[in-house]
Design a protein around this ligand. Structure first.
Ligand code: HEM
Length: 115
């Protein structure tokens, strides 16, 4: 169980790197389009996040709060929709793109600071 949790967490961190890294690389290039790294990152985050929500720590008191997980799921689905719908557009609005980056940072903050 512990090995499974660590493998899922590892994949979750790679998904985070793809989503945030893909978005930042695009942002500094000045062309605000959705790239495949962002799309795959958003998909991986929802899938690995849901898998990590299983009681992988033995179901004791140190499991993450269900409220925290629900908040993360809602934010991750918002990011996925924001990445998936305009994925074929040449460019998206600056506000939309910054929204994706901000929501990604919010979810990482929720993961880190909400205990
Ligand atoms: C864009 C979406 C997401 C981002 C950026 C994100 C980010 C992170 C980060 C940075 C960590 C910390 C990993 C560590 O400390 O090693 C983490 C852990 C975790 N995330 Fe997410 N996450 C996202 C989506 C989700 C979703 C949708 C869920 C579940 C509904 C979820 C559930 C978890 C759980 C359970 C952990 C703890 C893993 C563990 O240590 O056992 N995440 N997430």
């Amino acid at each position: 169980m512990e090995a499974l949790r660590l493998i899922l967490r590892y994949a979750h961190l790679i998904g985070f790197a793809l989503l945030l890294g893909g978005a930042i690389a695009q942002f500094v290039s000045g062309k605000l389009r959705i790239n495949p790294a962002m799309l795959w990152g958003a998909i991986i985050q929802v899938l690995t996040g849901v898998a990590l929500s299983a009681p992988l720590r033995g179901g004791g008191d140190d499991e993450p709060s269900p409220v925290k997980l629900a908040v993360k799921l809602v934010i991750a689905i918002m990011i996925f929709v924001m990445v998936f719908i305009p994925r074929k557009r040449a460019e998206v609005n600056r506000g939309h793109f910054l929204g994706i980056i901000a929501l990604t940072l919010v979810n990482a903050a929720v993961a880190t600071f909400w205990h």
